[in-house]
Design a protein around this ligand. Structure first.
Ligand code: PEP
Length: 249
């Protein structure tokens, strides 16, 4: 049985003191879990803190964004090589909160995905539809377009050993998670879409579900065939709830 992956997305929360406490509790409660790979994605200023506290643990860590550019006059940006320099292993890309607030296009997201890959970081690519799109029944078209942008620009083989997180926008931070069947159906769709271009890439791809996962609904969600784990926002800020989710994996 392959290990599930559970990723904490702290978003713009925390400070040195609260992070220290939370990370220590993560270590105490999660470091020895065998059936789950735990990753924590923190705001940039705290990369040094996770680097120091999580070294010699099984908990991996990374960032929540990166630049689409390599180096140069891009004030305020952080490059893939800088993340790699710190020892980060993962990076969230195209989270809907960024795509909406900072107008990230599918093409920019695709370029970021490739930057991560080029520097040996595991990209966690977020895809998902709005409530209006789901109600209109076009959710698969929307997600297909997000994925096809990368396939058309760079080829489906780039999805090998990467992570996609299906995050219906209507489920993020709302307390209203997708049902296990809704999530499974989209995960299957994503895997088939990539498999139709590149079988091996689809087989090595992990597909996480994100959107109001909690310790209760995690059990059923993680039991679905194509759900390889979760991307967790709010509940990752509570060591108890995050542990509950990791134990459900
Ligand atoms: C997220 O930020 O990706 C997320 C899924 O948040 P939440 O778990 O709070 O819905």
């Amino acid at each position: 049985m392959p290990r599930k992956i559970v990723v904490a997305n702290w978003k713009m929360h925390g400070n040195l003191a609260t992070n220290q406490q939370l990370l220590q509790t993560y270590i105490d409660r999660l470091d020895t879990l065998k059936n789950v790979e735990v990753v924590v994605c923190v705001p940039y200023p705290y990369l040094a803190q996770v680097q120091s506290l999580l070294q010699n643990t099984s908990i991996a860590w990374g960032a929540q964004n990166l630049s689409k550019d390599v180096v140069g006059a891009f004030t305020g940006e952080v490059s893939a090589s800088m993340l790699k320099d710190f020892g980060a292993t993962h990076v969230i890309i195209g989270h809907s909160e960024r795509a909406t607030a900072y107008c990230e296009s599918d093409e920019n997201i695709a370029a970021k995905f490739m930057q991560a890959k080029a520097h040996g970081l595991v990209p966690i690519l977020c895809v998902g539809e709005t409530l209006i799109e789901r109600e209109a029944g076009v959710m698969e078209m929307v997600v297909a377009k997000q994925i096809d942008t990368i396939i058309n620009l760079y080829g489906a083989q780039v999805f090998a050993n990467t992570i996609i997180s299906y995050e219906p926008i209507w489920a993020i931070g709302t307390g209203l998670a997708a049902t296990p069947d809704q999530a499974q159906s989209m995960h299957e769709f994503i895997r088939h879409r990539i498999a139709s271009h590149h079988q091996e890439a689809a087989a090595s791809l992990k597909i996480l579900y994100g959107g109001s996962v909690n310790p209760q609904n995690a059990v059923q969600l993680f039991n679905m065939q194509d759900i390889d784990g979760g991307l967790i926002g709010r509940c990752s800020l509570s060591a108890e709830e995050f542990e509950g989710i990791c134990r459900a994996a």
